[in-house]
Design a protein around this ligand. Structure first.
Ligand SMILES: NC(=O)c1ccc[n+]([C@@H]2O[C@H](COP(=O)([O-])OP(=O)(O)OC[C@H]3O[C@@H](n4cnc5c(N)ncnc54)[C@H](OP(=O)(O)O)[C@@H]3O)[C@@H](O)[C@H]2O)c1
Length: 341
Protein backbone atom coordinates (compact mmCIF):
# COMPACT_ATOMS: atom_id res chain seq x y z
CA UNK A 1 0.00 0.00 0.00
CA UNK A 2 1.04 3.58 -0.60
CA UNK A 3 1.82 5.75 2.41
CA UNK A 4 3.42 9.10 3.06
CA UNK A 5 5.96 8.96 5.84
CA UNK A 6 8.57 11.03 7.57
CA UNK A 7 11.50 8.82 6.81
CA UNK A 8 14.75 9.56 8.54
CA UNK A 9 14.37 13.07 9.92
CA UNK A 10 11.81 15.78 10.59
CA UNK A 11 11.05 18.51 8.07
CA UNK A 12 8.46 19.02 5.35
CA UNK A 13 10.94 18.04 2.66
CA UNK A 14 11.39 14.66 4.35
CA UNK A 15 7.77 13.66 3.76
CA UNK A 16 8.12 10.87 1.23
CA UNK A 17 5.62 8.71 -0.63
CA UNK A 18 6.61 5.10 -0.28
CA UNK A 19 5.26 1.55 -0.06
CA UNK A 20 4.46 -0.59 2.96
CA UNK A 21 3.14 -4.16 2.93
CA UNK A 22 -0.61 -4.49 2.28
CA UNK A 23 -2.46 -4.74 5.60
CA UNK A 24 -3.76 -8.08 6.83
CA UNK A 25 -5.98 -7.73 9.92
CA UNK A 26 -5.30 -9.65 13.14
CA UNK A 27 -8.36 -11.08 14.91
CA UNK A 28 -9.45 -7.80 16.55
CA UNK A 29 -8.34 -5.46 13.77
CA UNK A 30 -10.11 -3.58 11.01
CA UNK A 31 -8.64 -2.43 7.70
CA UNK A 32 -9.91 0.99 6.60
CA UNK A 33 -9.46 2.37 3.08
CA UNK A 34 -8.78 6.03 3.79
CA UNK A 35 -10.69 8.57 1.72
CA UNK A 36 -9.81 11.88 3.40
CA UNK A 37 -7.50 13.15 6.13
CA UNK A 38 -7.28 16.53 7.82
CA UNK A 39 -4.47 18.57 9.35
CA UNK A 40 -4.03 19.90 12.87
CA UNK A 41 -1.44 22.26 14.29
CA UNK A 42 0.00 19.28 16.19
CA UNK A 43 0.62 17.38 12.95
CA UNK A 44 2.57 20.37 11.64
CA UNK A 45 4.72 20.36 14.78
CA UNK A 46 5.34 16.62 14.51
CA UNK A 47 6.39 16.91 10.87
CA UNK A 48 8.60 19.92 11.62
CA UNK A 49 10.20 18.18 14.62
CA UNK A 50 9.08 20.82 17.14
CA UNK A 51 6.51 18.73 19.04
CA UNK A 52 7.23 18.08 22.73
CA UNK A 53 6.63 14.34 22.53
CA UNK A 54 9.17 11.76 21.32
CA UNK A 55 8.35 9.55 18.36
CA UNK A 56 10.28 7.07 16.26
CA UNK A 57 10.89 7.36 12.53
CA UNK A 58 9.77 6.32 10.02
CA UNK A 59 6.31 7.64 10.97
CA UNK A 60 3.07 8.01 9.01
CA UNK A 61 1.73 11.40 10.18
CA UNK A 62 -1.80 12.68 10.89
CA UNK A 63 -4.21 11.69 13.63
CA UNK A 64 -7.35 12.53 11.65
CA UNK A 65 -8.83 10.55 8.80
CA UNK A 66 -11.96 8.85 7.59
CA UNK A 67 -12.53 5.86 5.35
CA UNK A 68 -14.44 2.68 4.62
CA UNK A 69 -14.02 -0.70 6.26
CA UNK A 70 -12.64 -3.13 3.67
CA UNK A 71 -11.55 -6.08 5.85
CA UNK A 72 -12.15 -7.26 9.41
CA UNK A 73 -10.45 -9.78 11.69
CA UNK A 74 -12.37 -12.86 12.81
CA UNK A 75 -13.32 -11.59 16.27
CA UNK A 76 -14.48 -8.12 15.16
CA UNK A 77 -18.09 -7.40 16.15
CA UNK A 78 -18.42 -3.59 16.22
CA UNK A 79 -17.94 -3.03 12.46
CA UNK A 80 -18.70 -4.66 9.16
CA UNK A 81 -17.55 -4.23 5.57
CA UNK A 82 -18.64 -0.90 4.07
CA UNK A 83 -18.99 0.98 7.39
CA UNK A 84 -17.65 4.53 7.29
CA UNK A 85 -15.35 5.14 10.23
CA UNK A 86 -12.72 7.41 11.77
CA UNK A 87 -9.87 6.43 14.07
CA UNK A 88 -9.91 7.77 17.62
CA UNK A 89 -7.08 10.15 18.49
CA UNK A 90 -6.13 8.04 21.55
CA UNK A 91 -6.39 4.44 20.53
CA UNK A 92 -6.32 3.37 24.19
CA UNK A 93 -8.82 5.79 25.78
CA UNK A 94 -12.35 4.44 25.60
CA UNK A 95 -14.27 6.32 28.33
CA UNK A 96 -14.02 7.99 31.73
CA UNK A 97 -10.99 9.86 32.97
CA UNK A 98 -7.76 9.59 30.97
CA UNK A 99 -5.32 7.03 32.31
CA UNK A 100 -1.58 7.32 31.89
CA UNK A 101 -0.91 4.13 29.91
CA UNK A 102 -3.35 5.14 27.17
CA UNK A 103 -1.22 8.19 26.46
CA UNK A 104 1.20 6.19 24.36
CA UNK A 105 -1.62 5.50 21.98
CA UNK A 106 -2.08 8.62 19.84
CA UNK A 107 -2.33 8.30 16.07
CA UNK A 108 0.11 10.24 13.91
CA UNK A 109 2.83 9.89 16.60
CA UNK A 110 3.93 7.75 18.33
CA UNK A 111 1.55 5.38 16.45
CA UNK A 112 1.45 5.51 12.66
CA UNK A 113 -1.32 7.82 11.47
CA UNK A 114 -3.80 8.16 8.63
CA UNK A 115 -1.77 9.54 5.70
CA UNK A 116 -1.90 6.21 3.91
CA UNK A 117 -3.99 4.25 1.46
CA UNK A 118 -5.11 1.96 4.31
CA UNK A 119 -5.06 2.15 8.09
CA UNK A 120 -5.12 -0.96 10.22
CA UNK A 121 -6.59 -0.35 13.67
CA UNK A 122 -8.09 -2.36 16.51
CA UNK A 123 -11.86 -2.22 16.42
CA UNK A 124 -11.82 -0.50 19.83
CA UNK A 125 -10.02 2.48 18.21
CA UNK A 126 -12.70 3.34 15.66
CA UNK A 127 -16.05 5.15 15.62
CA UNK A 128 -18.77 5.52 12.97
CA UNK A 129 -18.93 9.05 11.61
CA UNK A 130 -22.09 11.20 11.27
CA UNK A 131 -24.16 10.32 8.23
CA UNK A 132 -24.89 13.92 7.31
CA UNK A 133 -21.21 14.67 6.59
CA UNK A 134 -19.12 14.18 3.46
CA UNK A 135 -15.86 12.25 3.86
CA UNK A 136 -13.90 15.53 3.74
CA UNK A 137 -16.04 16.97 6.53
CA UNK A 138 -15.96 13.81 8.66
CA UNK A 139 -12.16 13.68 8.44
CA UNK A 140 -11.97 16.84 10.58
CA UNK A 141 -13.57 15.40 13.71
CA UNK A 142 -11.10 13.22 15.67
CA UNK A 143 -8.80 15.92 17.10
CA UNK A 144 -10.00 19.53 16.70
CA UNK A 145 -13.73 18.92 16.99
CA UNK A 146 -13.44 16.45 19.85
CA UNK A 147 -11.12 18.77 21.77
CA UNK A 148 -13.71 21.57 21.61
CA UNK A 149 -16.55 19.17 22.49
CA UNK A 150 -14.69 17.53 25.39
CA UNK A 151 -13.71 20.92 26.87
CA UNK A 152 -17.06 22.65 26.60
CA UNK A 153 -19.61 19.86 26.76
CA UNK A 154 -18.14 16.70 28.37
CA UNK A 155 -16.12 18.48 31.05
CA UNK A 156 -17.44 22.05 30.94
CA UNK A 157 -21.14 21.11 31.06
CA UNK A 158 -21.87 24.24 29.03
CA UNK A 159 -25.38 25.63 29.51
CA UNK A 160 -27.60 27.83 27.37
CA UNK A 161 -27.08 31.49 28.20
CA UNK A 162 -23.47 31.08 29.39
CA UNK A 163 -20.65 32.98 27.66
CA UNK A 164 -17.70 31.27 25.95
CA UNK A 165 -14.47 33.10 25.14
CA UNK A 166 -12.68 31.65 22.11
CA UNK A 167 -9.12 32.54 21.03
CA UNK A 168 -8.36 32.70 17.32
CA UNK A 169 -10.20 31.19 14.37
CA UNK A 170 -8.26 27.93 13.92
CA UNK A 171 -9.68 24.42 13.85
CA UNK A 172 -10.42 23.99 17.57
CA UNK A 173 -11.71 27.57 17.83
CA UNK A 174 -14.29 27.27 15.04
CA UNK A 175 -15.61 23.97 16.39
CA UNK A 176 -15.89 25.62 19.82
CA UNK A 177 -17.94 28.40 18.22
CA UNK A 178 -20.23 25.88 16.51
CA UNK A 179 -20.76 23.74 19.64
CA UNK A 180 -21.33 26.85 21.79
CA UNK A 181 -24.00 28.12 19.39
CA UNK A 182 -25.54 24.63 19.24
CA UNK A 183 -25.85 24.79 23.05
CA UNK A 184 -27.48 28.23 23.10
CA UNK A 185 -24.41 29.90 24.60
CA UNK A 186 -23.12 33.39 23.90
CA UNK A 187 -19.69 33.64 22.23
CA UNK A 188 -16.87 36.17 22.18
CA UNK A 189 -14.22 35.40 19.54
CA UNK A 190 -10.71 36.88 19.35
CA UNK A 191 -8.78 37.07 16.08
CA UNK A 192 -5.80 38.88 14.58
CA UNK A 193 -7.80 39.51 11.41
CA UNK A 194 -10.80 41.82 10.97
CA UNK A 195 -11.78 39.88 7.87
CA UNK A 196 -11.93 36.63 9.87
CA UNK A 197 -13.89 38.44 12.60
CA UNK A 198 -16.48 39.43 9.99
CA UNK A 199 -16.73 35.78 9.02
CA UNK A 200 -17.20 34.54 12.60
CA UNK A 201 -19.94 37.13 13.05
CA UNK A 202 -21.70 35.62 10.05
CA UNK A 203 -21.39 32.25 11.79
CA UNK A 204 -23.14 33.60 14.85
CA UNK A 205 -20.39 35.00 17.11
CA UNK A 206 -22.10 37.48 19.41
CA UNK A 207 -19.07 39.71 19.95
CA UNK A 208 -15.58 39.90 18.43
CA UNK A 209 -12.27 41.48 19.44
CA UNK A 210 -9.09 41.93 17.37
CA UNK A 211 -6.34 40.76 19.77
CA UNK A 212 -3.62 42.57 17.81
CA UNK A 213 -5.43 45.90 17.80
CA UNK A 214 -6.48 45.38 21.42
CA UNK A 215 -3.66 43.52 23.22
CA UNK A 216 -5.44 44.05 26.57
CA UNK A 217 -8.44 42.14 25.22
CA UNK A 218 -9.45 40.81 28.63
CA UNK A 219 -10.73 44.29 29.57
CA UNK A 220 -12.92 44.25 26.47
CA UNK A 221 -14.28 40.81 27.42
CA UNK A 222 -15.18 42.19 30.85
CA UNK A 223 -16.88 45.20 29.23
CA UNK A 224 -18.82 42.92 26.88
CA UNK A 225 -20.09 40.91 29.87
CA UNK A 226 -21.04 43.93 32.02
CA UNK A 227 -17.96 43.43 34.18
CA UNK A 228 -18.81 39.83 35.05
CA UNK A 229 -16.47 37.90 32.74
CA UNK A 230 -16.94 34.84 30.52
CA UNK A 231 -18.10 31.52 32.00
CA UNK A 232 -15.73 29.39 29.88
CA UNK A 233 -12.43 30.29 28.21
CA UNK A 234 -10.88 28.20 25.43
CA UNK A 235 -7.19 28.86 26.18
CA UNK A 236 -5.37 28.25 22.90
CA UNK A 237 -2.63 30.89 22.99
CA UNK A 238 -0.51 29.43 25.81
CA UNK A 239 1.65 31.20 28.39
CA UNK A 240 1.22 34.59 26.66
CA UNK A 241 -2.56 34.51 26.95
CA UNK A 242 -3.22 32.38 30.04
CA UNK A 243 -3.16 35.25 32.55
CA UNK A 244 -5.51 37.30 30.39
CA UNK A 245 -7.90 34.36 30.11
CA UNK A 246 -7.99 34.15 33.91
CA UNK A 247 -8.65 37.89 34.06
CA UNK A 248 -11.42 37.58 31.45
CA UNK A 249 -13.52 34.88 33.20
CA UNK A 250 -16.14 35.40 35.86
CA UNK A 251 -15.49 34.48 39.50
CA UNK A 252 -15.74 30.69 39.52
CA UNK A 253 -15.39 30.46 35.74
CA UNK A 254 -13.56 27.76 33.78
CA UNK A 255 -10.34 27.91 31.78
CA UNK A 256 -9.70 25.01 29.40
CA UNK A 257 -5.96 24.85 28.77
CA UNK A 258 -5.61 23.45 25.28
CA UNK A 259 -2.97 25.08 23.08
CA UNK A 260 0.20 27.11 22.85
CA UNK A 261 -0.18 28.97 19.56
CA UNK A 262 1.68 31.98 20.96
CA UNK A 263 4.64 30.04 22.43
CA UNK A 264 5.47 27.40 25.03
CA UNK A 265 7.20 29.23 27.86
CA UNK A 266 6.34 32.14 30.12
CA UNK A 267 5.31 33.06 33.63
CA UNK A 268 2.09 33.41 35.55
CA UNK A 269 1.05 33.89 39.15
CA UNK A 270 -0.97 30.88 40.40
CA UNK A 271 -2.61 33.05 43.04
CA UNK A 272 -4.72 34.48 40.22
CA UNK A 273 -6.44 31.07 40.00
CA UNK A 274 -7.32 31.42 43.67
CA UNK A 275 -8.47 35.02 43.25
CA UNK A 276 -10.75 34.10 40.36
CA UNK A 277 -11.93 30.88 42.14
CA UNK A 278 -11.22 29.40 38.72
CA UNK A 279 -11.47 25.82 37.50
CA UNK A 280 -8.42 25.32 35.28
CA UNK A 281 -8.21 22.04 33.42
CA UNK A 282 -5.88 20.54 30.84
CA UNK A 283 -7.71 19.13 27.84
CA UNK A 284 -6.23 16.04 26.16
CA UNK A 285 -8.53 15.82 23.08
CA UNK A 286 -11.17 13.36 24.36
CA UNK A 287 -12.25 9.75 24.80
CA UNK A 288 -13.98 7.45 22.34
CA UNK A 289 -17.27 7.73 24.23
CA UNK A 290 -17.09 11.54 24.03
CA UNK A 291 -16.41 11.20 20.28
CA UNK A 292 -19.53 9.03 19.89
CA UNK A 293 -21.66 11.51 21.86
CA UNK A 294 -20.33 14.38 19.72
CA UNK A 295 -21.13 12.51 16.51
CA UNK A 296 -24.71 11.92 17.68
CA UNK A 297 -25.10 15.65 18.39
CA UNK A 298 -23.60 16.62 15.02
CA UNK A 299 -26.01 14.30 13.27
CA UNK A 300 -29.10 15.44 15.12
CA UNK A 301 -28.25 19.15 14.70
CA UNK A 302 -27.20 18.60 11.06
CA UNK A 303 -24.02 20.52 11.95
CA UNK A 304 -21.36 20.79 9.21
CA UNK A 305 -17.65 21.35 9.94
CA UNK A 306 -16.15 24.36 8.18
CA UNK A 307 -13.68 23.46 5.44
CA UNK A 308 -11.19 25.93 4.06
CA UNK A 309 -9.35 24.03 1.35
CA UNK A 310 -8.87 20.51 0.05
CA UNK A 311 -5.54 19.37 -1.39
CA UNK A 312 -4.77 16.24 -3.43
CA UNK A 313 -2.45 13.72 -1.81
CA UNK A 314 0.38 14.68 -4.21
CA UNK A 315 0.38 18.14 -2.59
CA UNK A 316 0.71 17.01 1.02
CA UNK A 317 3.69 19.27 1.77
CA UNK A 318 1.81 22.27 0.27
CA UNK A 319 -1.14 21.49 2.54
CA UNK A 320 1.18 21.65 5.58
CA UNK A 321 2.70 24.93 4.34
CA UNK A 322 -0.77 26.35 3.90
CA UNK A 323 -1.68 25.44 7.50
CA UNK A 324 1.59 26.94 8.73
CA UNK A 325 0.78 30.28 7.06
CA UNK A 326 -2.34 30.43 9.31
CA UNK A 327 -4.46 32.10 6.66
CA UNK A 328 -6.99 29.28 6.79
CA UNK A 329 -10.53 29.73 8.06
CA UNK A 330 -11.85 26.22 8.54
CA UNK A 331 -10.10 22.90 8.23
CA UNK A 332 -7.42 21.94 5.73
CA UNK A 333 -8.14 18.54 4.17
CA UNK A 334 -6.18 16.16 1.96
CA UNK A 335 -8.37 13.97 -0.22
CA UNK A 336 -7.00 10.54 -1.01
CA UNK A 337 -9.91 8.91 -2.77
CA UNK A 338 -9.68 10.62 -6.16
CA UNK A 339 -6.06 11.66 -6.05
CA UNK A 340 -4.38 8.30 -5.38
CA UNK A 341 -4.92 6.76 -8.80
N1 LIG B 1 -4.84 19.80 24.13
C1 LIG B 1 -5.42 19.26 23.08
O1 LIG B 1 -6.07 18.23 23.17
C2 LIG B 1 -5.31 19.92 21.75
C3 LIG B 1 -6.05 19.44 20.67
C4 LIG B 1 -6.01 20.15 19.47
C5 LIG B 1 -5.20 21.28 19.37
N2 LIG B 1 -4.44 21.66 20.42
C6 LIG B 1 -3.63 22.86 20.35
O2 LIG B 1 -4.53 23.95 20.22
C7 LIG B 1 -3.94 24.94 19.41
C8 LIG B 1 -4.86 25.20 18.21
O3 LIG B 1 -4.81 24.10 17.35
P1 LIG B 1 -5.55 24.17 15.94
O4 LIG B 1 -5.27 22.87 15.27
O5 LIG B 1 -6.92 24.66 16.13
O6 LIG B 1 -4.66 25.31 15.26
P2 LIG B 1 -4.80 26.10 13.91
O7 LIG B 1 -6.01 25.69 13.15
O8 LIG B 1 -3.48 26.03 13.23
O9 LIG B 1 -5.04 27.58 14.48
C9 LIG B 1 -4.38 28.67 13.94
C10 LIG B 1 -5.08 29.95 14.42
O10 LIG B 1 -4.79 30.22 15.78
C11 LIG B 1 -4.82 31.62 16.02
N3 LIG B 1 -3.64 32.10 16.77
C12 LIG B 1 -2.36 32.08 16.38
N4 LIG B 1 -1.58 32.63 17.33
C13 LIG B 1 -2.41 33.01 18.33
C14 LIG B 1 -2.23 33.65 19.57
N5 LIG B 1 -1.02 34.04 19.98
N6 LIG B 1 -3.31 33.87 20.36
C15 LIG B 1 -4.54 33.49 19.96
N7 LIG B 1 -4.78 32.88 18.78
C16 LIG B 1 -3.73 32.65 17.98
C17 LIG B 1 -4.86 32.29 14.66
O11 LIG B 1 -6.21 32.78 14.50
P3 LIG B 1 -6.44 34.21 13.84
O12 LIG B 1 -5.85 34.11 12.45
O13 LIG B 1 -7.92 34.36 13.86
O14 LIG B 1 -5.73 35.22 14.69
C18 LIG B 1 -4.55 31.16 13.69
O15 LIG B 1 -5.21 31.32 12.46
C19 LIG B 1 -2.55 24.45 19.05
O16 LIG B 1 -1.62 24.95 19.98
C20 LIG B 1 -2.69 22.94 19.19
O17 LIG B 1 -1.45 22.31 19.44
C21 LIG B 1 -4.47 21.01 21.59
Amino acid sequence: MRVIELQDQAGLKHLVQTQRPDPVPKDDEVVVRISAVSLNYRDLEIVQGTYAMQYRLPLIPLSDGVGWVVAVGKSVTRFGLGDRVAGTFWQGWIAGDPETPSFDSSLGGPLDGMLAEFAILRESGLVRVPENLSDDEASTLPCAALTAWYALITRGQLKAGETVLIQGTGGVALFALQFAKMSGARTIVLSSSNEKLDRVRELGADAVVNYLQMPEWHTQVLALTQGRGADHAMELGGPGTFTKSLQAIRLGGQVNVIGYLGGKSGEFNPLLILKRRATVRGIPVGSRSAFEAMNAAIESHRMRPLLDRTFPWSQTAEAFRYLKAARHFGKVVIRLQDSLD
